[in-house]
Design a protein around this ligand. Structure first.
Ligand SMILES: Nc1nc2c(c(=O)[nH]1)N[C@H]1C(S)=C(S)[C@@H](COP(=O)(O)OP(=O)(O)OC[C@H]3O[C@@H](n4cnc5c(N)ncnc54)[C@H](O)[C@@H]3O)O[C@H]1N2
Ligand code: MOO
Ligand code: MG
Length: 400
């Protein structure tokens, strides 16, 4: 049996690049960018008027102010957003300008309508607090053409979509997603729409796995195989050829019908480990062939759930080039756990005085899938201690 740390190292060494694809930018939310996004022009691309009002030559305004002359400026024209730049022909005049317009040539300062009185084609400036170059957002102030706006390997979200649109990237290169099949095993499992007999239960792990993959924007397919060795062998042989990743739930422990480890062995899946010193999720199997990565999650629902988060997620993120920072939280209550195993304890997260705090949620072991609903995360308690004190800080894995 290996430690959680060793298991994670093995998994992170076995990551795989699935290549790159180009997709419409609006379909890219949640995907991992596979190119740098550069500014295709200056930001803003022209001296942008940032208030509705008039544009003037500040020099003219301040010389009139100094010599106590009237501050009436004849309106020469109008410059709206989206029209070509016009020119202030006479510096004694002004041009009406709208937010988003190009600042007219020969003008350098914008006075808001609120600071004007307009009458008979003249704008009279109320002189309080007017400064040179005010209300102009200068060309290139936010970024220059060629500047790096979004780094490769960024996870695309709404903020990135706006930038992609602005620079005209209607198609964007992203890391290709692995092709994944989720397989449940077990004679006791029936479909969601079926009424289980006394000795049966409905399949649930496949659907939690589908949803955990959806969080990563990975589409997946699902299959079910009964505890029948020849059928398992025949079907898995095909799946190993067709998919990049197989996520199994169940049939990896010590039971008479836990056939998967033997079947994997027969089919040439190289075992990288089987069993981790942790609870829940101890009998986890991980192996691979040249083409396919095989995650054999233990069947108890919380075991499948936590192992997907603790091992498949980091494997995926590393495979597509994303660095994920470890998150920690403060344990809110004393907690004791005797076995010499890393314990993934379910916790409810909250903030206390600005610090993230984790309150233990006690369920009834790894079969108690309903208890997942009452928690937000797992806190990872190390195996080198039995007593964990309120106020101590440990890594967490969130699922909300
Ligand atoms: N003698 C031992 N028995 C067990 C050990 C052990 O070390 N020695 N380990 C226990 C631990 S820990 C776990 S976890 C389970 C793992 O079992 P398997 O991976 O072999 O899974 P199954 O036997 O197929 O099922 C276990 C449990 O989970 C339910 N299950 C399975 N698949 C689904 C699904 N898709 N949806 C909902 N529920 C599912 C299944 O009905 C069983 O109740 O083994 C312990 N035993
Ligand atoms: O690892 Mo098992 O998940 O403790 O029930
Ligand atoms: Mg079993």
């Amino acid at each position: 049996m290996i430690s959680v740390k060793e298991a994670k190292n093995i998994i992170l060494k076995a990551t795989q690049n699935f290549g790159v694809e180009e997709i419409p930018f609006l379909k890219s939310v949640g995907r991992i960018l596979n190119e740098d996004i550069l500014a295709d022009r200056d930001f803003p691309p022209f001296n942008r008027v940032s208030m509705d009002g008039i544009a003037i030559d500040f020099e003219e305004f301040s010389s009139r102010l100094r010599s106590n002359r009237q501050l009436n400026f004849k309106i020469e024209g109008i410059q709206g957003a989206g029209s070509e730049q016009i020119t202030l022909k006479n510096s004694e005049n002004c041009i009406e300008v709208m937010t988003g317009a190009v600042l007219p040539k020969n003008a350098n300062t914008v006075i808001r309508y609120e600071d004007l009185e307009i009458e008979n084609g003249f704008a009279k400036i109320i002189p309080e607090g007017i400064c040179d170059a005010q209300n102009v957002h200068p060309k290139g102030k936010d970024g220059k053409v060629g500047d790096l706006l979004i780094k490769q390997n960024t996870k695309i979200a709404a903020a990135e979509i706006g930038v992609l649109a602005t620079v005209g990237k209607s198609k964007v290169k992203v890391a290709k997603q692995p092709k994944i099949l989720i397989i449940s095993t077990g004679d006791e499992l029936v479909g969601v729409d079926e009424i289980p007999l006394e000795h049966q239960i409905r399949r649930s792990n496949v659907f939690t796995l589908v949803s955990l993959l959806e969080r990563l924007h990975i589409p997946s397919e699902a299959a079910h195989i009964t505890d029948d060795k020849p059928i398992l062998k025949q079907k898995i042989a095909t799946y190993l050829q067709e998919y990049d990743v197989l996520l199994f739930s169940g049939a990896v422990s010590k039971g008479k019908f836990d056939f998967l480890p033997q079947v994997f062995d027969k089919l040439g899946v190289e075992k990288l480990f089987h069993k981790i010193a942790q609870r829940p999720g101890k009998p986890f199997f991980y192996g691979k062939t040249d083409k396919c990565n095989v995650f054999g999650f233990p069947g108890n629902p919380i075991s499948t759930f936590v192992n997907c988060l603790a091992y498949f997620y980091p494997w995926y993120y590393k495979s597509v080039g994303v660095e994920v920072e470890e998150e920690t939280a403060i344990l809110a209550e004393d907690f004791a756990f005797k076995p010499n195993l890393t314990y993934f304890l379910q916790v409810k997260l909250s903030y206390k005085f600005g610090h993230l705090v984790a309150t233990p949620i006690t369920g009834n072991g790894s079969g108690d899938l309903a208890s997942l609903v009452n928690a937000d995360a797992f806190i990872q308690l190390p195996n080198d201690k039995n007593e964990f004190k309120s106020g101590e800080v440990f890594p967490i894995i969130r699922y909300r």
